[in-house]
Design a protein around this ligand. Structure first.
Ligand SMILES: C[S@@+](CC[C@H](N)C(=O)[O-])C[C@H]1O[C@@H](n2cnc3c(N)ncnc32)[C@H](O)[C@@H]1O
Length: 273
């Protein structure tokens, strides 16, 4: 019944989503649900399942309904007001880890800034993956930052959270050894082409770059990198699928790293020593 309801609403992964949502309402996972098949379902659990399915039928993202999304093997709390972490963003973590782990043990603790931290997925993951690291993370959205702080607390990550404009913090706190950012890079004129799950539910401030110039944020970072990076410091920026060609020639030394699907996904730029 749950699957048919979601199929009627036009959802492609109706079976999987129905299982996830019903399991969540029953306070278990998909396997746990199978084990409980012969148990009676309490009326409040039935109500919770019905509500979850109705929300999904209105195209609210599954992660907002269950309140969680996995990133780099850890559960991140998410809900209205924050971007749901995407798997391709894990490449930014891999790249930053590579840079940070190459620093010798004798080097001073690295100064790392995550601009537009959202759920905190990058800053929290780096704090937990790189020993002794205490990243700074900034977001202009109070709502997003409150999710980031909750994730820092829940996952016991030591991060300096800052509410404000990313570029102010970037300038004020320079020099940085590593700057990571997954900026809002969708052209607002393409909003109609987005899935309703994204367009109607995730925050516009996290999705859309300035009208007619979705590259602005990445370009500003690249063009000013020598001003805010420490000698040998590295800038890592996530790109939309079509941005690399427009950005890779604007200064020399830019490297573009593809993701697992072959999409040019991360822009990497190292400052001279
Ligand atoms: C694409 S989301 C990335 C979120 C998270 N880093 C991730 O990868 O899932 C961009 C984030 O930038 C934030 N943002 C937008 N403009 C900003 C600004 N001027 N200064 C700081 N953060 C900003 C948004 O609130 C949003 O959380």
């Amino acid at each position: 019944m749950a699957r048919e309801f979601l199929m009627r609403k036009g959802l492609e992964s109706a079976q999987l989503e129905a299982d996830l949502l019903v399991a969540h309402a029953l306070g278990t996972d998909r396997l746990g649900m199978l084990l409980k098949l012969e148990e009676r379902v309490a009326p409040d659990q039935l109500d919770a399942a019905r509500e979850a399915l109705v929300r999904r039928g209105r195209r609210e993202p599954v992660a907002y309904i269950t309140g969680r999304r996995e990133f780099y093997g850890r559960p991140f709390l998410v809900g209205a007001g924050v971007l749901i972490p995407r798997p391709e963003t894990e490449l930014l973590v891999d790249q930053a880890r590579e840079v940070l782990e190459e620093r010798g043990d004798d080097a001073a603790p690295a100064r790392v800034l995550d601009i537009g931290t959202g759920s905190g997925c990058l800053a929290v993951t780096l704090a937990l993956e790189v020993e002794g690291l205490r990243p700074h993370a900034v977001d202009a959205s109070e709502d997003a930052l409150s999710w980031a702080r909750q994730n820092g607390t829940a996952l016991e990550a030591d991060v300096e959270w800052i509410h404000g404009d990313g570029f102010d913090v970037l300038k004020r706190g320079a020099p940085w050894d590593v700057v990571v950012s997954n900026p809002p890079y969708i052209d607002p004129s393409h909003a109609e082409q987005l899935e309703p799950d994204v367009r109607d539910h995730e925050p516009g401030i996290a999705l859309f770059g300035p009208a007619n110039d979705p590259d602005l944020w990445a370009r500003e970072l690249v063009q000013n990198a020598s001003r805010f990076l420490a000698p040998g410091g590295v800038l890592l920026v996530e790109l939309g699928h079509d941005q690399a060609a427009r950005l890779e020639g604007i200064v020399s030394g830019i490297q573009i790293v593809p993701d697992l699907s072959g999409v040019p996904r991360v822009l990497r730029l190292q400052a001279g020593d």
